[in-house]
Write a protein that binds this ligand. Structure first.
Ligand code: ATP
Length: 641
């Protein structure tokens, strides 16, 4: 809902524009953390805003300075992944101020007016909403119109989907009941009346079959894919005709993992679920980009509101990585009847670009249903009592809580839980005593032992080079990875890659047999995307080629000279590993913690990339500060019921 009032105002073309800084260098000397893009955006938008104030309502220099800095601050937040700037966050605050270690001011920063004055000033901007100003004030937050429009589109889509939820009739109910008990024979007979005994996988299926939008959230190994495969089977059983089902994920790697997990789940259901039904479930996932159809050099896709996708059910995995603009573009292209199922771990890092759609849609870590939905679930599952919230029910959402991968006393599971709970000291102690951990899952490397860490990595990557064939090399490559919080600096990706490259390629060859590479830009023509990982490998003609594993397990060979920009990938940032997993992860944190990047979500994402072993190289104060810091993203997506 927006509190903006639409009034058309004639532009005041003669209005004088006041710029607080004549050059970017001047702004940079006063405002800590400003980047050229912030300055030039504010410089280019300010005249449009100022000239829209009517002639009787002249805006003075001081107010123009407030507006200029509001745009700078808004763009700084957009760069950090927020979608808006809540006025209450900056009212009466000094931003971009910095002191040196002796307390001397190095950047004077800028003081914003109090909330009353800022709101009064911005209300004039809001009042001319229909004049299509690039700024929008809505519910106390300032937006760039572009992001406001994306957000409204996503909220509108989800609200409409939620309203489609109706209670099934007696016959439908019996049908749902029957399908749920067929798919969950083990827990269908439990008939428990306590919430502690609930099989949330069974509930997730029952909760999704009568809704056109659903989110199944949970940590690694909680059975999201296993559950959703049963859900797809349930939908196939219910449908009269063959459904068009599509599986998508934000990256090629995540799409490949989804394909593998669905294929594995289907194998496990052989003999339990009718083969005709299993045959209707696809096993090949694609990227969101591919589904929507990229148009080279354009931000829009082939499929949009004018060219809808042809499908009945869409499953989107790893939703935490999907940013707001992509989500809006996806929703735009879906036919109205399409059922959308989202899977993800809301505790992971949000998308690199602006937005935190999954985290916004999963504000708590337990289910909260409306009484009506709880009654429906009591009739379709074998459980009687569900958590109900009168004020804020989230009927679209089911949480899976029991991790099969990190069950019992496993160190990785315990560590990830402590980290996400912000338990810095306990989690530090757990890694320190990792050697004593029964399953030897955790291991600590002293931050002074860079050589030891490099030697360990060298040993593991040498095995890739000496692998007998490409499939073996690729499977060894996903056995091990060094993950860093940062790109630059002593504990950054660039330095670790350079040090390992020296060992792996003593003659400094740019390309060599066994070199792992990561694509760093999108090449739609070649169907290679930022984050895709490949391997340089000598083929039978003794030629070095770049190979990429395909979702169906085959390998695609390309001449290295044809590749878009790429880099060596012995070490990679935690951000880039979302959607991937490795048997053994070594996480390297910097020696000082002055980066806002270091948060518990980053650490949690890094830890949960490890399937069997996790080694930490960090000092205590950086670890503690990182675990205590939390990602905060401002967004307007909250109440979609
Ligand atoms: N109810 C169940 N009974 C038996 N095995 C299960 C059950 N649920 C999940 N599993 C198994 O647990 C493992 C993890 O399940 P799954 O891959 O579905 O988890 P996930 O939440 O999708 O994991 P990730 O977040 O890593 O993608 C799989 O081997 C799956 O077969």
């Amino acid at each position: 809902m927006t509190n903006a009032v639409d009034v058309v105002v004639e532009p005041n073309k003669s209005a004088q524009v006041y710029l607080p800084y004549s050059t970017f260098a001047e702004a940079q000397a006063k405002l800590f953390g400003i980047e050229a893009i912030d300055f030039f955006l504010a410089k280019s938008l300010l005249p449009t805003v100022v000239k829209r104030f009517d002639a009787n309502n002249v805006i003075n220099d001081a107010d123009q300075a407030q507006l200029f800095h509001l745009i700078v601050e808004l763009n700084r937040l957009l760069r950090a992944g927020h979608t808006c700037l809540p006025i209450s966050e900056i009212a009466s605050q000094c931003v971009c101020r910095k002191n040196d270690v002796f307390g001397n001011i190095t950047h004077q920063g800028f003081y914003f007016d109090n909330a009353e004055r800022l709101n009064a000033l911005l209300l004039q901007v809001a009042q001319i909403e229909q004049a299509k100003l690039p700024l929008v004030l809505s519910n106390g937050s300032l937006y760039l119109r572009r992001y406001y429009t994306f957000e409204q589109e996503v909220i509108g889509f989800l609200k409409a989907k939620n309203q489609q939820f109706t209670l099934p009739s007696g016959q439908e109910l019996a049908c749902y009941q029957n399908i749920v008990s067929t798919l969950f024979p083990e827990t269908a007979s439990e008939h428990s009346s306590t919430q502690a005994d609930i099989d949330w996988q069974q509930v997730a299926v029952a909760n999704a079959i009568n809704k056109t939008f659903t989110v199944i959230a949970g940590g690694p190994g909680t059975g999201k894919t296993y559950t959703v495969t049963k859900l797809l089977a349930a939908l196939a059983m219910l449908a009269d005709d063959n459904l068009i089902i599509k599986l998508v994920a934000p990256t090629g790697k995540a799409a490949q993992r989804l394909s593998e997990s669905i294929a594995n789940a289907l194998l496990g259901f052989k003999g339990i679920i009718d083969q005709n039904i299993l045959d209707k479930i696809p096993t090949t996932a694609q990227t969101l980009h591919r589904l929507l159809g990229v148009i080279p050099n354009q931000v829009n896709f082939k499929h949009d509101q004018h060219n809808l996708l042809k499908l009945d059910v869409l499953l989107v995995d790893e939703v935490s990585m999907v940013d707001l603009p992509m989500m809006a573009r996806l929703f735009r292209a879906l036919p109205p009847h399409c059922k959308i199922i989202m899977l993800g771990d809301a505790q992971q890092l949000p998308s690199v670009a602006a937005g935190s759609v999954l985290a916004d849609l999963t504000p708590s870590t337990t289910a909260k249903f409306s009484q009506q939905n709880a009654n429906y679930l009591a009739k379709t599952t074998s459980f009687q009592s569900f958590p109900v919230s009168k004020k804020e029910p989230l009927d679209y959402l089911t949480y899976l809580t029991f991790s099969r991968r990190f069950a019992g006393d496993g160190g990785i599971g315990q560590l990830s839980k402590l980290v996400i709970a912000g338990q810095s000291e306990q989690s530090w102690q757990l890694v320190q005593h990792g050697q004593l951990n029964v399953e030897h899952e955790l291991n600590f490397i002293s931050p002074d032992d860079q050589e030891g860490m490099l030697e360990l990595a060298y040993q593991r990557y040498s095995a890739v080079c000496t692998a007998e064939n490409l499939p073996q090399a690729f499977s060894l490559l996903v056995e091990f990875r060094v993950l860093c919080a940062m790109r630059v600096g002593e504990a950054g990706v660039e330095q670790i890659n350079a040090a390992l490259e020296q060992r792996m390629s003593p003659f400094n060859a740019r390309l060599y047999h066994g070199k792992p590479i990561m694509i760093t830009t999108n090449d739609y023509g070649l169907d290679l995307y930022n984050g895709d990982i490949g391997l340089i490998w000598r083929n039978e003609e003794d030629q070095l080629m770049a190979y990429f594993e395909q979702p169906d397990g085959s390998f695609r060979a390309l001449l290295p000279s044809r590749l878009p920009a790429f880099e060596t990938v012995y070490a990679m940032t935690i951000h880039k590993t979302q959607g991937s997993e490795f048997s053994h992860v070594v996480m390297v944190l910097p020696q000082t913690s002055d980066s806002q990047l270091l948060t518990r979500e980053l650490i949690y994402t890094g830890i949960t990339r490890a399937k069997k072993n996790f080694s930490l190289m960090s000092n205590r104060s950086v670890w503690n500060q990182a675990v205590e810091a939390q990602v905060k993203r401002f967004s307007g997506i909250k109440d979609i019921n």
